[in-house]
Design a protein around this ligand. Structure first.
Ligand code: KIV
Length: 274
């Protein structure tokens, strides 16, 4: 089987080069068919560990495993051909040491063929980011609200609403950029702070609940499609697929119960004898 495609996939350096240019459109994707749809319009896709909540109904991203990320990452790679695919490092797969991070990241890259990984944390992860980048792993950072820290944060609340709290978040952004990350996600950070960080650092900022001044935006696909039961308040809904799916399912169940659905006799008519 040939794996060659004429379409050139965007790379981490391509995304890095978009600093200050045309904004980067990014969405999450967890499976092949939605990845194919997203691929036609977005520059990058994130196989986010949010899949734990969106696909598995978990309360947080903490229980997500490396095997779960690799399985869904493979599906997204199969479904897409143009966008850069970035896969989240799940909680517990990279924090213990830079060596542990390298082994986990290398597994993700080798087993999925994706173009980069994402990990959460600013200054505390800078040494690890540099270690990975020096060894050939493109890294996307993630600062501001870092959902894997939910058990120490206590809640998913916005960061930097008080200007007195800005300095450490700016220092996180600077540390991630200087460590060699090709881009950084800024999650749930007060608008003027996200805009200021975008001016200050040399790599693209990808906002989520941050600022239109960022170099790009990422949203969870199911949130913007109206498929998630609970959605952060900053998310604009571009579709209402939840109600659309439910009314299709209801129509189907009613037709089955009324025996009015298309029967095999109509689809495969029996040949007349002779
Ligand atoms: O897991 C995820 O979907 C993410 C985005 C919210 C940035 O990390």
């Amino acid at each position: 089987m040939s794996t060659h495609s004429d379409v050139k996939r965007l790379t981490a350096p391509d995304i890095r080069a978009r600093k200050g240019g045309t904004p980067i459109a990014m969405l999450t994707a967890y499976h092949a068919h939605t990845a194919a749809l997203v691929d036609r319009h977005c520059d990058a896709m994130l196989v986010g560990d949010s899949l734990g909540m969106v696909m598995h109904g978990l309360e947080s991203t903490v229980p997500v495993t490396l095997d779960m990320m690799i399985l869904q990452g493979l599906a997204v790679m199969r479904g897409s051909k143009r966008a850069l695919v970035v896969i989240d490092m799940p909680f517990g797969s990279y924090e213990a040491s830079k060596e542990q991070a390298f082994l986990s990241a290398a597994r993700i890259m080798k087993e999925t063929g994706c173009g980069g990984i994402k990990l959460e944390g600013g200054r505390r992860m800078a040494e690890t980011i540099a270690f990975l980048v020096e060894r050939g792993i493109p890294v996307m950072g993630h600062i501001g609200l870092t959902p894997q820290s939910i058990n120490t944060l206590g809640s998913f609340r916005a960061q930097g609403r008080d200007p007195a709290d800005w300095a450490p978040i700016e220092a996180d952004a600077q540390a991630v950029a200087e460590a060699g990350a090709f881009a950084v996600v800024i999650e749930a950070v007060a608008e003027p702070l996200a805009a200021r960080i975008t001016q200050e650092i040399a790599i693209p900022t990808i906002g989520i609940g941050a600022s239109a001044a960022c170099d790009g935006q990422v949203l969870v696909l199911e949130d913007m499609l109206g498929l998630s039961p609970r959605v952060p308040k900053f998310v604009k809904r571009y579709g209402e697929l939840g109600p659309a799916i439910e009314s299709a399912v209801q129509a189907y169940a009613e037709e089955v119960r009324a025996r009015t659905f298309p029967a095999a006799a109509n689809v495969y008519p029996v040949k007349k004898p002779g």
